[in-house]
Design a binder for this molecule. Structure first.
Ligand SMILES: Cc1cc2nc3c(=O)[nH]c(=O)nc-3n(C[C@H](O)[C@H](O)[C@H](O)COP(=O)(O)OP(=O)(O)OC[C@H]3O[C@@H](n4cnc5c(N)ncnc54)[C@H](O)[C@@H]3O)c2cc1C
Length: 492
């Protein structure tokens, strides 16, 4: 039975006004606000429903940032590298291969980094190499993200515990939002709004086209509730569990039998703490019932998981529950159908764009994880003005989203959104008509390498050319020869 309640119309207070309003303080939104301030914007608001920044990365305990490098080149830089540079001297905060080691094919380096998931390249068509994939302590990052905002407090006002409930749309342009808090329902007006909610909460209601399907082609639409287990010797566990495929398969199969879904014990920066990542599907990541189900399902099984590991896994004899992530892990729900939609072909052919805002090495095996270009149009919605949409709800098809919603791409598109909003406000243009060359110049000044840009280290472009943009793999050849078979390919 469908029951409806007619909500009455009412006037609400305009709580604040600004030039740039960023909604959502995750990897994308936090980066957007910081980048906008550093690009000269003076009147920015960052609105967040929880009491801390980071979203999935700090609250969801997603503690690994993969593929910052390709071969010996450091491609993913900007604010993403800054997180780790800032925390590198804090004991236990960061673990990742440094310059001089990433790109290495030496046996001893490969052996040392192999237990650290995704720290060694996995392409079948080339020799394994060390990759800079960084593991971090989420609570240290929480503190660091605050510090970055405090440094910009003259230009950024942060409102936590404030949930944006709808965009204000006038003549096809977003001019603000309505939000809910303990103080009630209020509005904020803005010249540019950045939807960094991760779930397209604003662009969906503003009328921008988007996709929302859970075809289970990738891991993207799975939910999770991550937890950590202490008292472990991870390297001992890894050596023993990986003695043979059979031993590892038995262990993972045993875990699946207990919990009923995929679960993997993964490293953290500390050898005595293990990160239990999990994949629960098929789930709808914006469905209240599915989110609630995820929380209860995982918590209900944690004690059984620890007991199983104590009994069956070397290194887990003294294991205990260390902590549970404060929020449900949401990988992907809505995907923008923006002015450009990323597909696996962008990875297979190294497409060049005039409006490239990020040039990122990724975990995609089609091109051996070589850098791909991400155009500005992936964060630009169709048919709605004054709105940018960086982060995990970016414009990508149901396969490419698996590589586009990773943390570096969320930070990268967020940083670009912030700079673009700042340039639009300063120049008095719209974000659709923004001077993209100026955006690119500022991004490069903010330590974001971009291809064909005179200030980008030429070493990076030379490296790509020398190794043919990673396009010597069987998969990239398949893309060229048999596009139909290729489009159905799923990365394992
Ligand atoms: C379990 C799990 C494992 C993963 N593993 C990896 C991995 O190993 N490596 C990797 O790179 N990526 C991984 N990912 C993906 C990656 O973590 C996320 O895609 C990325 O962090 C998303 O960043 P975001 O800023 O776009 O979105 P989010 O982190 O979701 O941030 C959105 C922010 O907006 C806030 N918000 C949402 N709606 C509103 C609203 N209406 N009003 C106000 N605030 C709002 C949220 O509270 C949040 O702070 C994983 C994800 C999960 C869930």
């Amino acid at each position: 039975m469908s029951r409806m309640f007619m909500e009455e119309a009412r006037s609400i207070e305009v709580f604040d006004e600004c030039d740039i309003l960023v909604v959502g303080g995750g990897a994308a939104g936090h980066s957007a606000a910081i980048a906008a301030a550093r690009a000269g914007a003076k009147n920015i608001i960052l609105l967040e429903r929880y009491g801390y920044m980071g979203g999935d990365v700090t609250g969801g305990y997603v503690i690994m940032v993969p593929a910052l490098t390709w071969r010996t080149g450091s491609f993913v830089r900007g604010l993403q590298e800054e997180w780790f540079t800032r925390m590198k001297d804090i004991p236990g905060a960061v673990l990742g291969a440094e310059k001089g080691t990433y790109g290495s094919e030496k046996k001893e380096d490969i052996e040392y980094w192999t237990p650290i998931w995704d720290a060694v390249s996995k392409c079948e068509d080339s020799t394994p190499r060390v990759v800079r994939s960084v593991y971090f302590e989420p609570n240290q990052l929480k503190i660091e993200m605050d510090k970055m905002l405090l440094e910009e407090k003259a230009n950024i006002r942060v409102y936590c515990h404030s949930w944006a409930s709808r965009p204000i749309v006038e003549d096809g342009a977003v001019t603000g939002i309505v939000f809910e808090s303990k103080e009630g329902r209020k509005a904020i007006k803005a010249k540019v709004v950045i939807d960094a909610t991760g779930d397209g909460d604003l662009y969906a209601q503003a009328g921008a086209p988007f996709a929302m399907d859970n075809d289970r082609k990738t891991r993207s639409t799975d939910t999770a509730l991550v937890f950590r287990v202490g008292g472990v010797d991870f390297r001992k566990f890894f050596a023993s569990a990986n003695k043979s495929r059979e031993t590892f398969g038995k262990l993972i199969g045993g875990l699946r039998a207990i919990v009923g879904h995929g679960m993997l014990p993964l490293p953290t920066p500390a050898n005595d703490i293990v990160w239990f990542n999990n994949w629960i599907s098929p789930m709808n990541c914006i469905d209240v019932k599915d989110l609630t189900y995820t929380e209860f399902l995982v918590r209900d099984k944690i004690r059984d998981v620890i007991k199983f590991m104590q009994d069956n896994a070397e290194g887990f004899e003294n294991a205990y529950l260390y902590d549970i992530a404060p929020q449900t892990g949401v990988r992907c729900s809505r995907r923008l159908k923006g002015e450009y939609i990323m597909t696996p072909f962008d990875y297979a052919f190294h497409r060049e764009f005039p409006d490239t805002i990020a040039w990122h090495s990724t975990i995609c095996r089609i091109n051996d994880s070589a850098p791909i270009e991400i155009p500005y149009r992936t964060i630009l919605p169709q048919g709605v003005e004054n709105l940018l949409c960086p982060g995990r709800h970016v414009s990508a098809d149901s396969i490419a989203i698996d590589w586009m919603n990773l943390i570096p791409q969320c930070v990268g598109t967020g940083q670009a959104a912030g700079v673009a909003a700042a340039v639009a406000v300063t120049d008095g243009t719209t974000v659709r008509d923004v001077n993209i060359e100026r955006v690119q110049d500022i991004l490069v000044d903010q330590d974001v390498p971009l291809p064909r840009h005179p200030k980008t280290d030429p070493y990076l472009e030379d490296l790509c050319k020398e190794f043919d943009y990673g396009h010597y793999t069987k998969l990239s050849k398949m893309a060229a020869e048999d596009p139909n078979q290729f489009i159905n390919y799923r990365q394992p």
